[in-house]
Design a binder for this molecule. Structure first.
Ligand SMILES: NC(=O)c1ccc[n+]([C@@H]2O[C@H](COP(=O)([O-])OP(=O)(O)OC[C@H]3O[C@@H](n4cnc5c(N)ncnc54)[C@H](OP(=O)(O)O)[C@@H]3O)[C@@H](O)[C@H]2O)c1
Length: 281
């Protein structure tokens, strides 16, 4: 039996991971911006859970949750950095506030949680950190620049941190799902104003019209079941090992194969010490 700390357990993937871990007999520190959203799970498993309000943008709150839980005997040995959302629309049209929020949540939130939990894991001789990145943390797509930027950053952070903390018996795993059925493409999705209200005069009108249609069609129809992600993480924890990268779902695999084998970095050039001029095609 281990103690998990999961961010964003109100719904979607975070909620599914909490449910599966609890049903398997583990303890879970449930966290959510609105604790009432996960109160039912707390009541269903009163002995196995603690519940805290947590907005991952708030570093002090993150540290408070970890130390209060640890004081009560809930010392986390599995951290799931799940809280996050998509910000979409052409870069030019994104507001500074929305950009800041995306970075604060998807990237800095992960960093604060890792910093808060790592001392405990080191002292206890190991643990697991699962960072829910995305297949968008490996490949960039037009219209999702900021989401890509934060998820690429999480992928880089995970890869580097995995090496840094391996000597302490801590596994860091970058979890990269493709499309799974959650509110990601629905109520959670933040759109640039010119995508939210399609503007035919915008230079990005065609892109935005395409994206609006794509997200409307995708919402609720994603092939992946969030419980699948939960079971994969549970397997890792129960076998006592996790890979550094997990690409989850058939669609993510297809994207991976397409972009790595067909056109990964099509304009990449290697410049040796003896060369200066890139070759113009
Ligand atoms: N679903 C997919 O297809 C997919 C694919 C790749 C990666 N992901 C990633 O998976 C993670 C979970 O998303 P999901 O698909 O489960 O979407 P979701 O159903 O929209 O759930 C998002 C969760 O994140 C929480 N959250 C957002 N901002 C937060 C903050 N500042 N502090 C604390 N919690 C916050 C939400 O809380 P509230 O209820 O308070 O809003 C909610 O619990 C995200 O990191 C997402 O980028 C999802």
């Amino acid at each position: 039996m281990r103690t998990w700390l999961i961010t964003g357990t109100s719904r979607g993937i975070g909620r599914a991971i909490a449910e599966v871990a609890l049903a398997a007999g583990h303890r879970v520190i449930l966290t959510a911006r609105r604790p009432s959203s996960v109160e039912d799970l707390h009541q269903q498993y009163p002995e196995q859970t603690m519940l805290f309000p947590l907005d991952v943008q708030q570093r002090t709150q993150a540290f408070h949750v970890v130390s209060a839980a640890a004081k009560a005997g809930f010392v986390p040995s599995v951290l799931v950095n799940n809280a996050g959302y998509g910000l979409v629309g052409a870069l030019e049209d994104l507001t500074p506030e929305s950009i800041q929020r995306q970075v604060d949540t998807n990237l800095l939130g992960v960093i604060w949680m890792c910093q808060a939990v790592l001392p405990h894991m080191r002292q206890n001789g190991g643990g697991f950190i699962f960072n829910i990145s995305s297949i968008a943390g490996y490949f960039g797509f037009k219209g999702t620049t900021l989401y890509n930027a934060t998820k690429f950053a999480v992928t880089g952070l995970s890869e580097a941190l995995a090496q840094e903390v391996a000597p302490f018996g801590i596994y860091v795993c970058n979890v990269a799902p493709g499309p799974y059925r959650t509110d990601w493409a629905g109520s959670s999705l933040e759109k640039a104003p010119s995508l939210e209200h399609l503007n035919p005069n915008s230079p990005y009108y065609e892109l935005h019209a395409l994206m609006a249609e794509r997200y409307a069609q995708m919402n609720g129809q994603q092939p992946g079941d969030p419980k699948h992600i939960a079971h994969v993480l549970l397997h890792c924890v129960e076998m006592g090992w996790a890979p550094k990268h997990l690409i989850l779902g058939d669609e993510a695999r297809q994207t991976w194969d397409k972009y790595t084998s067909l056109r990964n970095f099509p304009e990449l050039q290697f410049i040796a010490h003896t060369e200066e001029a890139p070759i113009r095609p």
